[in-house]
Ligand binder design. Structure first.
Ligand code: AMP
Length: 294
């Protein structure tokens, strides 16, 4: 906001050529660019990434693109919330400089753009990769395309999608893309539920019930902090809690190495692990995680 209480003007582009022109203009003035890729239906979690980008860069660009190539479930793609007009107001209030809202044709003008020759490696076959085949290849493809268009100095991602952060770091490393990846903490609702665009699809009652997921992660973290070193036992306990709960249908609850997400069997002092979980609450699939330093 400026001294008159007015917000920055939000530049909005939907064509690659237009945003590239805007970027060239800013580059000529030696301005650094922070980039926050999103699928829209914005919430405070997204806004926290924008705030961080504004602290660290001269201009902040947000993209809104519901990327079809990363949805393995067509129903999920169709149901995904789309609230562009409200998003633009939130972006303006957050002081975002520019929003890029491309069409599918603009991002994928031909078939060759739809596939990045990127090997996710074993990392991509674990956790989300196992339950959402093709998902990370779609993520890598769109992130690479967006990085090619925007050429940001820094790009901001949420720890909420922990595995996605590792995949993006691998992508950047494999292709030598000159961008710094900044991972930001998870923003939560008052009851602990990790903020997510998909939460809009939950009923008021389900939103209350959803608090269970973070409670479970916290309780497992407490067990580890309290000296339990047996991951098998903790996982069994968590699965038993899921079956008592009934509202949730879990995909996984795993205690993983924080660098490659391989399963950790025996915990040791000095380790840093991430407990990751995914579960359906009704039709909505929720994911969450917590980092534990032992
Ligand atoms: P999405 O629109 O869901 O693709 O998310 C765009 C970015 O916002 C991703 O890097 C997410 O990890 C991040 N994000 C989503 N939810 C949260 C949250 N609750 N806290 C912080 N970042 C988040």
């Amino acid at each position: 906001m400026d001294i008159f209480g007015a917000y920055n003007m939000l530049n909005s582009f939907d064509k690659v050529a237009e945003i590239q022109q805007y970027i060239s203009k800013n580059r000529l003035q030696n301005k650094s660019i922070g980039f926050v890729p999103t699928m829209g239906a914005l919430h405070e979690g997204h806004i926290s990434l924008i705030r961080k980008s504004r602290e660290e860069n001269d201009i902040t660009i947000v993209s809104i693109f519901v990327n079809p190539t990363q949805f393995n479930d067509q129903g999920d793609f169709t149901r995904y919330p789309r609230t562009i007009e409200k998003d633009k107001i939130l972006l303006e209030e957050a002081g975002c400089d520019c929003v890029f809202i491309p069409s599918v044709e603009e991002i994928y003008p031909s078939e060759s753009f739809k596939k990045t020759e990127f090997s996710e490696g074993e990392l991509g076959s674990r956790l989300e990769g196992k339950y959402r085949p093709g998902h990370f290849n779609g993520v890598a493809t769109v992130v690479k395309r967006l990085f090619d268009i925007i050429t940001p100095n820094r790009a901001y991602f949420g720890q909420k999608d922990y595995q996605q952060c590792l995949i993006v770091k691998k992508l950047v490393n494999d292709f030598n893309i000159p961008v710094e990846i900044v991972v930001c903490p998870i923003l939560r609702e008052e009851n602990g539920l990790a903020m997510s665009s998909r939460n809009q699809l939950l009923s008021a009652e389900e939103r209350e019930q959803a608090a269970f997921l973070y409670q479970l992660l916290q309780a497992a973290a407490m067990k580890i902090k309290g000296g339990n070193r047996n991951t098998g036992e903790i996982k069994e306990w968590a699965m038993a809690e899921f079956s008592k709960n009934r509202n949730f249908e879990p995909d996984y609850f795993d205690i993983c190495n924080d660098a490659d997400l391989s399963q950790v069997t025996t915990l040791q002092e000095g380790m840093r692990v991430v407990i990751c979980t995914a579960a359906f609450l009704g039709k909505v699939r929720l994911i969450d995680n917590i980092i534990v330093e032992i």
